[in-house]
Ligand binder design. Sequence first.
Ligand SMILES: [Zn+2]
Length: 118
Amino acid sequence: MVGAKCPKCRKGRLFPVSIFSFNKLIDMNKSCDVCQASFQPEPRFYDGAMFISYAFSVALVITVFVALNLFLEKPALWMYLSAIVIINLLLLPMMLRYSKVLYLYAVGKLKYQDTASK
Ligand SMILES: [Zn+2]
């Protein structure tokens, strides 16, 4: 799952480009090029993934809050805000992708099948 691979065969890639290609960040393969499993079980399937990226953001804000309080005695509000914005920008590509990966693994009903044994 960490490698954003197909849930079914664990070989095919979920995304056509690397995580550093910012212009094609949202692009996703429609189906697995190894086992042909569909990554888009229904239209608007990934609307639910929005909730996961929202949860990521909330976790991020909490983490920043705790970390700043650990390292600084009295962090100012602008420190919180700028830290959150900067980290959000850095992690946004990752969050966008992994919310989809998580969602596909959790809801996509694709079970792992070892294609190598066939
Ligand atoms: Zn596959």
